[in-house]
Design a protein around this ligand. Structure first.
Ligand code: PGA
Length: 249
């Protein structure tokens, strides 16, 4: 089963609010579909202590491309391992647009995650200008190819991939199921060409961008959409759980 639902809390949360949210997720159990939450670094210990032994995994929203050293403010993959992380989001469009994560740095971060056996959730996606300019596939291909060129088929094969059209993130504008499916099918086709049909068939490709309980089932019903990367709706226990339930059914 390839389905997966991952919450991306972004820079939201606080000890009390997190305890309530994580407690509600824990209580609900896994709902028959693998799920995880990617929380801000300072709350990893809290996620570990409240989710350990539950069906819900946890992870970080980024990591350094370096293993150790004089990199003030950075967090290494080994440090994430100390807190039991299973996943690290890599190349989120906010990191790319606001914090200078180039395709090459994203590829280096994928390598850094894999070096310590964290599973990267590799985000790709086009801006509105790029979509309107007709270069969606070229952009997504370039972003994937940077990982392939650095780490080979093994690196790409080890990732969860998240297609997140930048114009749909936090805007309330969701890609239509058909728009999302078309790009997901394109991504699976690239994986087949570079990594082989088996890898393409078993890779989890998530959709992200304004996924809500109301649109989740239709998105997840598409042939190549294997679940979601959920921002805003992952901050509300009932919404996140409803999305996980939609992926399970
Ligand atoms: P959103 O964010 O669900 O709030 O649109 C998704 C994401 O950025 O991962």
């Amino acid at each position: 089963m390839r389905k997966l639902v991952v919450g991306n809390w972004k820079m939201h949360g606080g000890l009390d609010a997190n305890a309530a949210l994580l407690g509600a997720l824990r209580e609900a159990g896994g709902q028959g579909c693998p799920s995880a939450v990617c929380v801000p670094f300072p709350y990893l210990q809290q996620a570990k202590s409240l989710l350990e032994g539950s069906a819900i995994a946890w992870g970080a929203q980024d990591l350094s491309e370096h293993a150790v050293g004089a990199y003030t403010g950075e967090v290494s993959g080994a440090m994430l391992n100390d807190f039991g992380c299973r996943y690290a989001i890599v190349g989120h469009s906010e990191r790319r647009a606001l914090f200078g994560d180039t395709d090459e740095r994203v590829a280096a971060k994928v390598d850094a995650a894999l070096a310590v056996k964290l599973q990267p959730i590799l985000c790709v996606g086009e801006t509105l200008d790029e979509r309107e300019g007709g270069v969606t596939e070229a952009v997504v291909e370039r972003q994937l190819k940077a990982v392939f060129e650095r780490g080979g088929a093994a690196a790409l094969a080890a990732c969860v991939i998240a297609y997140e059209p930048v114009w749909a993130i936090g805007t309330g504008k969701t890609a239509t199921p058909a728009q999302a499916q078309a790009v997901h099918a394109f991504i699976r086709g690239r994986l087949a060409a570079w990594c082989g049909a088996d890898v393409a068939a078993r890779t989890t490709i998530l959709y992200g961008g304004s996924v809500k309980p109301q649109n989740a089932a239709e998105l997840f019903g598409q042939a190549d959409i294997d679940g979601g990367l959920i921002g805003g709706a992952s901050l509300v226990a009932g919404d996140f759980l409803a999305i996980v339930a939609a992926a399970a059914s």
